[in-house]
Design a protein around this ligand. Sequence first.
Ligand code: PMP
Length: 399
Amino acid sequence: MLNDLLATRVNPDVPSALSGLFVNDPDPRAISFAAGSPNESLFPVAAVKEAFNTAIDTQGAHLFQYQSTQGNPDLRAKLAARIGKWGRVTTTADHVILTVGGQQAIELVAKALLNPGDEVAVEVPTYVGALAALDLYQPTYYGVGLQADGLDLDVLETTLKRHPGIKLLYTVPDFHNPTGITMSVAKRQQLVALANRYDFIILEDSPYRDLGYDQGPLPAIKSFDTEGRVIFVSSLSKILMPALRTGWLVADGDLLAAILKVRQASDLEATGVTHAAINAYLDANDLDAHVTVLKDHYREQCAAMVAALRAYFPDEATFTTPAGGFFDWVTLPESVDVDQLLRTQVMPNAHVSYVPSTNFYPARDVHNGMRLCFSGLTPDVIDAGMHRLGDQMKAAVRG
Ligand code: PMP
């Protein structure tokens, strides 16, 4: 009954895109390729503990006072310099907002921009958390497919011609979640030109950009922005620790002011104590050296995943070979429904899990793909799990 009193945007009949993503298998043999978490054995716990102590010792009671809506200025300056160096974005601390994870940044942008029914373009497949945040503002979605070098710009342009009202495009250009694909530099530049021509805003979400196994990060889409219409979002979740809940965005002009206004109403300000600790961590430690250690692990894990896909999956399956990040994307013949298989065959018989493709499509209408995450598993476990999963997929393809 009380459901009648809820806002339509939280329609109880429609589950959040983020709920039910990971199925829990209590079996001791269970191996999960579903959860997209960073590898916690690599968290720099001692250094971060030390940094919290340093922040408290240095600032005392004042550290626990209300601080600022935009967030710790020293940390903002460091992040502005970092995206300047690694992403070629010319910006300053004044244009950075610290957020509660990149997730909050996405949600704040959606809240600042979208009226119900507004037209939004997203990559398909796309990050489920972005769908969960955008869904709350009831947009009309247009999905644009991905090629090996990122978003299909021809399809995007056709879509823009048909739907000139599209006001926002959400993209994950670096080691994309869920496919692992990276957008080429040429496409980044062309995308900004399209945004200028067709008058839309680009939300560039790039939490994995530092995790290229053998290459440094590419210039951000934001580095080609001439009109202040790209909002850049990143996060320390994947390169430091997710529970620090520290993300950040870079925006300009009226967009920056609008997002700050929304942020103030949402939670006044972000977690100042944590930000002072992260700032102290960055003063005392070399984040890039830490990232190099992470990349060495993830490179090896990804290689194990790709080798296992080649060895154990049916020839009919196609898959991505990511150059960074946490994910691989597998496409099976259209006759295979991986959602149903997960529940009826794969989990009960092989005790392996993955995230079915339906979750990554706004209309939840594509059933023959899966996201496999390797970030938390050793190469041996990846091999064992993929062997079991591959056998299931061969059986499914043969019908
Ligand atoms: N964007 C993408 C593409 C992600 O994969 C994630 C985390 N899974 C986020 C944003 C949000 O992460 P966080 O809020 O921890 O920064």
